[in-house]
Ligand binder design. Sequence first.
Ligand SMILES: [Zn+2]
Length: 83
Amino acid sequence: MLKCRDIAHQGSDHADGRMTWRQSLSYGFHLLMCGHCRTFVRHLRTTMAFTRSLPDKDTLSAEQVNTIVSHATAQHQKTLGTL
Ligand SMILES: [Zn+2]
């Protein structure tokens, strides 16, 4: 069985679909058994989706960056509040 550190190391591979079915099965089994890793994976997916949704960072003003960071922080705190 995978350990929590394995889940962290393989998180982006899993999110990007770069696992064999056997690796994915082991990964999913660990997530069934471990709430901490489910939370980690949820945060990882949120962060990856947020990062991919950003426009070219060089075209953002400081105010826009602050708005985005504030929104991400609020979402993160909201997620932590549901634990
Ligand atoms: Zn775990």
